[in-house]
Design a protein around this ligand. Structure first.
Ligand code: 4NP
Length: 154
């Protein structure tokens, strides 16, 4: 069982969508028993909240159901998870700061390290933009999460 944690800033837009997509895709491929997926945020801004209404709407339009309450990244996540996938360089950098003894670097990735299209780029923060930004995030995550699962299959 591979334990995978998706991380963004607020845990209400990008990372809960990545988590929902991952569960959906693993289910569709019949490999959900190989993975455990969760998501969180580096900030405490939205702890306890449901995903943003625009994220919920976008996910529903794409046939994905989200069931997640925002939580903040905690240091125990370094031990609990095998893969920590940050949505952008700023969030990855903030996670690295919390890894003071630099013990967990081999678990830390950018989500788009797994995007065959423009690998290593940021998943753009859609929070202050319009609905098109949410579909752009969806398209990026669908490619990246799908490729991640395919890469990690036994
Ligand atoms: P997320 O988006 O990190 O993809 O969940 C954001 C959510 C909230 C804020 C910024 C980005 N905020 O500034 O409150």
């Amino acid at each position: 069982m591979k334990k995978v944690l998706f991380v963004c800033l607020g845990n209400i837009c990008r990372s809960p969508l990545a988590e929902g997509l991952a569960k959906h895709l693993a289910n569709e491929k019949g490999v959900s028993d190989q993975f455990y997926f969760d998501s969180c945020g580096t900030s405490r801004y939205h702890i306890g909240e449901q995903p943003d209404d625009r994220t919920l709407k976008n996910a529903a339009n794409n046939g994905i159901k989200l069931d997640h309450q925002a939580r903040q990244f905690e240091k125990k996540d370094f031990r609990d998870f095998d893969y920590i996938l940050a949505m952008d360089a700023a969030n990855l950098s903030n996670i690295k700061i919390l890894d003071q003894a630099k013990q967990f670097g081999d678990k830390l990735y950018l989500m788009r390290d797994f995007d065959p299209n423009n690998p290593g780029a940021d998943v753009p923060d859609p929070y202050f933009g319009g609905e098109q930004g949410f579909q752009n995030v969806y398209d990026i995550l669908e490619r990246s999460v799908n490729n991640f699962i395919e890469t990690e299959l036994i």
